[in-house]
Every structure is written in C-alpha cells, then in structure tokens.
Design a binder for this molecule. Structure first.
Ligand SMILES: [Zn+2]
Length: 487
C-alpha cells in the first residue's frame, strides 16, 4: 500500500515535470519561429526571385560554355610560373606585378595595387635529430617569424605534453633548459592551432629553450605543416617548428614511457625589417555610383613557402577575379561595383586586409555593401557561410535559394569568419565565405602537398559560378544589404 502510494506520487510528479519541460520546449520553438521569420516585402522577394534566369545564364556559360576549365588553366599557369609566394619574397612581388598586367589584359576595370607593410622572415637551414634513446631524423618546418637556434644548434632533453594545462602543472624546474614537444590531439583547426600560435611563448614562460609542435592536421603522411606563430610580449623568443604527427606522437610515447628523450635542433631562420607589399584590385564598375556600396570578392595571393599555394589560397584568389571577368565578358554589369581584391600577407595575420581597412576607413559605411571571401579551399561548393544581422540574413537566404542549379544552397553561420574579411565582419559588416566539400583541406594545408593536384577544374568552375551569381545579384538589387557597424 505504502509502496503503491509512493509509486503513484512519483508517476504524477514525472507527468507534471514532463509537461512543464514540454511547455518550455514549445515556447522555445515559438521564439525561434518568430526569430526566423523574415518580413521581406513581397516586392523584394519577387525581385530577388527574378534573378533566376541570370543565375542559369551565368552557370551555363561557366559550366558548359567557353569559360569551362578557364580558372584551372589560369591558376596552373600562375602557380607553375611563380611557385610559392611568401610575404616579403621577390616571388610574391613578381606574382603581383604579373597579376596587375594580367587583370588589365583581361579587360578588368580600375586595375591597380595598394600598398601594405608586411613581415619579412627568412627560412634558413633547418634540421632536427632524435639523439636519445635512439638516432632518427625528424622532419620539421620552422614557423613564420621564428628565431633560429644559436650557431651550431642546440641539444635538449624533451618534455612532452598534450595540452597547455599539462605544461602549466609541471614545476618550472622540470621545463627549464629543455625542449617542449606539444602533441595536442586534433580537435578541429581553431582549437588545435592554438598550440602552433602560442606554443613557443607558453614554453618560453616556463624556461624552455625551444618548442616543437605536432602539425595541425587530422591526417598525415609524415609531412610537417608550417604556419604562423606569435611571441607574446616580453617573453624570450625561442625557436619553434612544427614536426609531423607521426614523430610528435612517437616522442610523446617515448617520454611517457619514461625514456630520456633528447633532440638536436638547428635552425638558421631569422627576421628582417618589414617590407612593402601590395593588395591587387580590379573591378567591374557599377552603372550607378561606382564608389558606393561596393561588393567585394576576395582571396589572398600570398602563400607559405612550401608547396605552391594552389589551394591556400590560389584557388580562392582566382575564383574571385575570374568571377568579375566572366560577368564582364557576359555583358552583365550590375548597378553597384563588384571589386575583386587579392589580399597580401594573409598568412602572417592578414596584414593586407588590415591595411586596406585602415586606408578605406573614412567612407567605409558608404563604400562597402558586402564582403565575400574564399580561403578554405575550392573543392566542390555547397553553399555560403553568412555573417550579418537578421535583416541581411533574410535577403541573403533568398539569394542563396537561387543557387540550386549549382547544388550550392547550403546556409551556415561560421564559428569564426573568413580570415581576411573578418576585419570587417567582426565589426558588423555583412559578408559570406565559400562553403565547400573541404574535408581534406587540412591534409594539404601549409605543406609541400599544396599543389595543383588538389584542384579540380569542374569544382573550380562551380565555385566561380557561385561567386559570380551571388556577387551579381547583391550588387544589382534595389536595396543595400543592411549592416550594424560598430567602431
Ligand atoms: Zn589562406
């Protein structure tokens, strides 16, 4: 009897609890429904849907017409001719000169360059050897702006950790004078790349003499991946490089098995004074005011000094300017200007974009309407990653729904905006980045494997058709894309 009563009370409480959870859920869904509701006027919706034929025309010309395969062909000529294009290098400046001529010859408008000061770091001779508990060569790539070792190299005992937390917990005396090897588990690029960016600084704070980092990639065939790093203010600058996933894991295991692990490291890398590089600009000028409400299409022209930067970011840069060229050749001139900007020195921390934002600050609210970027690969496109306010999102979703012929209607909001255009997006300007089937992007990222073999002509055609169609519609609409800009 007593037991049954208790059971009844429990059942009733469970029902009440479930009901209240349920009503909370219903309220939440209602809120979301209201939030997702778009109040675009019927006229505007009809206006946007009216661009369906334009999208068909653009898509057909690029996928089946005379432009077919052109992006791939041009990118191949470009990467074969200049190879890698590191900021500060002659190769990058020669590539920029070449692009300026090419864009003029291709009939683009207002072709010019705009200066930006960029880092100048030189990769010297680099070598690493495991000397204890056995001898083995360790492949490495110094990280951009790293200092070198003293002449003749250094030999250090190893401390291997997976996380910054583990390093923090070690007494300074256990790290001082040693080489820290970071072997972070891959947890996506954003979470994992922190070890590459700040590994040297964190190790240096504990008195380490060098920091070697597991390459930021989910997959490896024993090749190191380079990238940028930053020394925190006030820390002693120590040499830092990425090593392969295979070696980082092996060193971590040896260390945790209690072996005395020692590495000999020699790096002749060094920094020089910054130099002047350039962003490369070209346009299809709008039929109304050419310098107002411009739509930016962009990618970066610089790369690391390994591979040829075909994927990062040759593909992104080339679909950006080719989209403008194809629109012009098709006689599709929108009301507003579409401007392609090929950024310089993205890899060191978007120096080109930051300088461009500074130079164009004064009239930025009138000058810029929408920013588009491709810098996460140009594999098969699936849609666009959007950043902007609710009103902008409503317009954008309508535009994106027209990309069905390209199978690229997927809408997403990025965890972090595209690197170069984030300079504006983080402040409330609306913009979008290419979403593509880039599951293999980080396999090749910042390695000798970033070559034309990663790029597919048909995928590039679909990417450029998506960029051209989106930019054209946004530049031609009767309304600007709404923005909430903070300073
Ligand atoms: Zn990039």
């Amino acid at each position: 009897m007593h037991g049954n009563m208790l059971r009844l009370v429990l059942i009733i409480s469970a029902i009440v609890l479930q009901f209240s959870t349920c009503s909370v859920l219903i309220e939440k869904i209602d809120e979301e429904r209201v939030e997702n509701q778009c109040n675009l006027s019927e006229d505007l919706v009809n206006e946007i849907r009216g661009y369906k034929n334009v999208v068909s025309k653009i898509t057909d010309h690029i996928l089946n017409g005379k432009f077919k395969g052109e992006v791939h062909k041009s990118l191949q000529i470009f990467t074969d001719k200049f190879g890698s294009r590191m900021a500060g290098s002659d190769a990058l400046e020669k590539a920029i000169d070449y692009m300026e001529d090419l864009l003029k010859n291709e009939g683009l408008e207002n072709v010019h360059t705009e200066s930006a000061k960029v880092p100048h770091w030189i990769r010297g001779y680099e070598s690493a050897t495991l000397v204890q508990p056995r001898k083995a060569k360790i492949e490495l790539l110094g990280l951009g702006t790293t200092v070198g070792t003293p002449r003749g190299g250094i030999i250090g005992e190893v401390v291997a950790v997976r996380t910054f937390d583990e390093l923090q917990k070690l007494p300074d005396s256990e790290v001082k004078g040693k080489i820290v090897v970071f072997a972070p588990t891959w947890q996506g690029y954003g979470a994992t790349v922190r070890y590459r960016s700040s590994g040297a600084s964190e190790a240096s704070k504990k008195g380490a003499i060098a920091a070697l980092i597991r390459s930021a990639t989910p997959f490896s065939i024993a090749s190191p991946h380079t990238g940028s790093q930053n020394y925190a203010q006030g820390v002693k600058k120590i040499p830092t490089a990425c090593i392969t996933v295979e070696d980082a894991e092996m060193i971590w295991r040896l260390y945790n098995e209690g072996e005395n692990v020692q590495i000999r490291l020699e790096m002749e890398d060094y920094n020089l004074e910054p130099v002047i590089s350039r962003n490369t600009v070209s346009e299809l000028q709008g039929t109304t005011s050419p310098n107002k409400s411009v739509v930016i299409l962009s990618g970066h022209l610089d790369s690391w000094d390994v591979g040829v930067g075909a994927m990062d970011d040759g593909g992104g840069a080339f679909i950006s300017w080719k989209a403008v060229k194809f629109l012009k050749d098709m006689g599709l001139r929108p009301k507003r200007t579409i401007r392609s900007v090929l950024w310089t020195a993205e890899e060191y921390g978007y120096y080109g974009a930051k300088e461009y934002a500074k130079q164009h600050k004064e009239n930025e609210l009138e000058e810029f309407n929408f920013f588009i970027e491709s810098d996460t690969g140009t594999f098969d496109p699936v849609g666009l990653d959007f950043t902007g306010n609710k009103d902008a999102e409503c317009i954008f979703k309508e535009v994106l729904s027209l990309m069905a012929p390209l199978n690229a209607t997927q809408f997403a909001t990025p965890a972090d905006g595209g690197p170069d255009i984030s300079v504006w997006l983080d402040r409330g300007f609306p913009g979008a980045s290419l979403l593509n089937k880039n599951e293999r992007y980080f396999w090749f990222h910042h390695t000798d494997g970033d070559t034309m073999l990663v790029e597919d002509p048909d995928s590039l055609d679909r990417c450029v058709a998506l960029f051209a169609s989106t930019a054209y519609i946004i530049a031609d609409l009767s309304v600007d894309i709404p923005k909430d800009v903070k300073n």
